[in-house]
Design a protein around this ligand. Structure first.
Ligand SMILES: C=C1C[C@]23C[C@@]1(O)CC[C@H]2[C@@]12CC[C@H](O)[C@@](C)(C(=O)O1)[C@H]2[C@@H]3C(=O)O
Ligand code: AKG
Ligand code: FE2
Length: 351
């Protein structure tokens, strides 16, 4: 829970004559709720500061991530190739998109984890170990069975990932509850999806390696898209790269701030607000500064697979619904079968 301390909850960051809202979550709840709703309507994007996620947890997560990406390729490939979970390099998703990055995509709920790769199985067991049980399971993972140093390292990593996911998920839910308050709908209308045991939320670690001389500035690291989920919380190191698309078609660079989280609205929240919120299109440029690695740690807050997505009557007012009712599972299947750059929500428009 964020405690109110300051009077002015917002500062505007001027980039190319456009102000990106930077919202101070330690300010008065009702003011913050209104500012967040305004930012979601205007940009579908804002930054939050004084968010309550411990810098120590974030730093540990960043160190672990760099340590992973610094490993030789065969070791990284041991976690299994992204299908969709696991390690990926240059390919994005399963539809043929490419980018100048490598990444690790992880599920965050125990059920999904248990059904995926060995690595994910390890993630599940070790996360539970963190809470004091299932140690025996953790120690019997095939790949790591014969190497106690390796098991110990993995255990530490899992604890770090687990703490990070827990803190960022809480922040995502807090922001969704502020949004609900600002919109005048039930407090947990959006957050209950992300808090749900079967929530399909993801953690993605994107590593954009340093620029080499054979490489041109201005290369796309992660192509233009909107995130399919409800809400995205992105934290990056101090390297630039993220850009958001404005309504006038211009690309706006977002200045990096390791102490802030970038928040963007996903397609599901655009659908649930009947188009009042914008699921912002964004992209990441491959490293813009020489010799600098960029690392983004991205939490995607998603509903459980069977959740029904529809705009509630309070938000429809007298307007007709723009989108059909669908389940997250239906939306995800559609999304994953299409290319990154497509406006996938359009498929669910009522014609
Ligand atoms: C090409 C694709 C990659 C993606 C799934 C998709 O078919 C279209 C959306 C992509 C995206 C963007 C946000 C997240 O990074 C992501 C994990 C997601 O849920 O949707 C990726 C998907 C991916 O990389 O698998
Ligand atoms: O790395 C970034 O800044 C953007 C990544 C992103 O948009 C994503 O993972 O969906
Ligand atoms: Fe994204």
């Amino acid at each position: 829970m964020v405690v109110a301390t300051q009077v002015n909850p917002i500062r505007m960051e001027k980039i190319r004559e456009v102000d990106i809202p930077v919202i101070d979550l330690s300010c008065s709840r009702s003011k913050v709720a209104k500012l967040i709703v305004k930012a979601c309507e205007e940009y579908g994007f804002f930054k939050v500061i004084n968010h309550g996620v411990s810098h120590h947890i974030t730093k540990e997560m960043e160190d672990e991530s760099f340590e992973f990406f610094d490993k030789p390729l065969p070791e990284k490939e041991l976690v299994g190739s992204a299908n969709p979970f696991g390690y990926g390099s240059k390919n994005i998703g399963l539809s043929g998109d490419t980018g100048e990055l490598e990444y690790l995509l992880l599920p965050t709920n125990q059920n999904a984890i248990a059904q995926t790769s060995k690595f994910s199985y390890a993630w599940a067991s070790l996360t539970k170990t963190h809470k004091g049980y299932h140690l025996s399971k953790a120690l019997s993972i095939k790949n790591f069975n014969n190497n106690s140093q390796c098991r110990l390292t993995l255990w530490v990593t899992m604890c770090v990932v687990s703490s990070y996911v827990k803190s960022v998920r809480e922040l995502a839910c807090e922001i969704l509850e502020l949004i609900a308050e600002g919109l005048g709908v039930p407090h947990s209308l959006f957050s209950h999806f992300v808090r749900h045991f079967d929530s399909d939320s993801l953690l993605r670690l994107n590593h954009y390696p340093p620029v080499t001389h054979s490489f041109h500035h201005g290369n796309i690291g992660f192509g233009e898209h909107s995130d399919p989920q409800i809400i995205t919380l992105l934290r990056s190191n101090d390297a630039p790269g993220l850009q958001i698309s404005l309504r006038n078609g211009l690309w706006l660079p977002v200045s990096p701030d390791p102490h802030a989280f970038c928040v963007n609205i996903g397609d599901i929240l655009q659908a649930m607000t009947n188009g009042r919120f914008v699921s912002v299109r964004h992209r990441a440029m491959a490293n813009l500064l020489p010799n600098q690695s960029r690392l983004s740690m991205v939490f995607f807050g998603a509903p459980p697979p069977e959740a029904t997505i529809a705009c509630p009557p309070q938000l429809l007012k007298r307007n007709k619904p723009i989108y059909k009712t669908f389940t997250w599972s239906e939306y995800k299947s559609h999304t994953y079968a299409h290319r990154l750059g497509e406006t996938r929500l359009d498929h669910f428009k009522i014609t």
